[in-house]
Design a binder for this molecule. Structure first.
Ligand code: SF4
Length: 144
């Protein structure tokens, strides 16, 4: 059976910072013949609900307490990747997220007044290092 790693909030888990989900029925329908492995670094690291996080000049910073949590997310994602089967067929990640976004996450300037560019979330960046040959999409670019 084909294997998909998928952002948990797209699957209907209530794991977003505000305790909500981003369930996506199109993604779920696409996955009906896949073995699905859910992925969410933020909920186990920071709990639900939790502070928002943002990418400020390439670092992930908590919005109120201003902690740099970049390394935590990177390390958690690397450990998660070690638990995956050898063959992964597709990775589907949530757009715009500071962790999961693929080329769609706002990268802010120092005071969060201006978006400098749109890039990858921190976990998505780690996935790209490890899965160079695996199809990686977000829910908006998934061709069903
Ligand atoms: S976007 Fe990623 S980190 Fe955020 S709730 Fe969804 S799965 Fe978790």
């Amino acid at each position: 059976m084909k294997v998909a790693v998928v952002s948990s909030c797209l699957l209907g888990e209530f794991c977003r910072y505000d305790g909500k989900t981003k369930e996506d029925n199109r993604v779920k329908e696409f996955l009906k013949d896949y073995k699905v492995i859910p992925f969410c670094p933020e909920a186990p690291l920071f709990g639900i609900p939790r502070e928002r996080i943002d990418i400020i000049q390439g670092r992930v910073i908590t919005s109120q307490t201003k902690k740099d949590v970049t390394k935590l997310i990177e390390e958690w994602t690397k450990k998660f990747i070690q638990t995956l089967p050898k063959k992964v067929d597709i990775i589907i990640l949530k757009s715009k997220s500071p962790s999961c976004g693929l080329s769609s996450t706002p990268i802010w300037n120092e005071n969060k007044e201006k978006v400098l560019r749109y890039g990858d979330g921190i976990a998505a960046g780690v996935f790209k290092q490890y899965f160079k040959d695996v199809l990686m999409v977000d829910e908006n670019s998934l061709n069903t």
